[in-house]
Ligand binder design. Structure first.
Ligand SMILES: [Zn+2]
Length: 90
């Protein structure tokens, strides 16, 4: 039967071994996933904004009428990708 002390040491060694492996540092993993989450929610907001703008856009409608229901014109494609803000407001 391992003592409590031995068990704790075994756990601590396991954790250290895990941290030594690149990409498995729990602290770094948390920081990255937080950044990823923020990035993803910004992306989601940007894409939904571009898509709702695109619903009012004649150029997008024209592309969609050709068969691709999710098509975006050059302008709105750029906006959705974060490459620039489409000039709307017609
Ligand atoms: Zn458009």
């Amino acid at each position: 039967m391992p003592s409590e002390r031995q068990k704790k040491r075994a756990i601590a060694e396991g954790v250290r071994a895990l941290r030594d492996r690149p990409g498995w540092d729990p602290r770094r993993f948390q920081a990255e996933s937080r950044t990823e989450r923020v990035k993803r929610s910004l992306e989601d907001a940007r894409v939904s904004e571009a898509l709702s703008d695109a619903d009012q856009c004649p150029a997008c409608k024209e592309l969609r009428d050709q068969g691709d229901a999710g098509a975006l014109c050059q302008e709105h494609l750029r906006e959705a990708m974060g490459l620039g803000t489409a000039v709307t407001g017609k």
